[in-house]
Ligand binder design. Sequence first.
Ligand SMILES: [Zn+2]
Length: 131
Amino acid sequence: MPWLVAAHSCAMITHKDGDEGALANMSTSALLARRARLAARLPDVQGVLVGSLTEQTRRCGRADCRCARGEPHGPYAYFTPKPAGRGRARYVPAGLVAAVRARLARGEQVGAVVAEISAINAELLARRELR
Ligand SMILES: [Zn+2]
């Protein structure tokens, strides 16, 4: 069955206190303060969803259907969890699409904050000041 895939990309919530490369130039106390600020900003992690939401339209294959004339059915939403291997794409009912989008955005936000905290800890480790 032919599937027409319309890729959807979720908006990444970016939040920069400063340049990532500047960590090496910050004092240890400044790094610790920044780490604490980041940790305090971690939103409700129970709402986290990591993966992607795609929308697909489809053709049913009936020669007399409107989809055969270029008006495909849908779009239908599908969620694919990450990391890959945690499951296949699953249909998301229209009434849940907004909730899924919000949780994906939350997941990206949490992931970005965790990555920044990890970068700070890596810098602290390099200084042998990991704590
Ligand atoms: Zn059809």
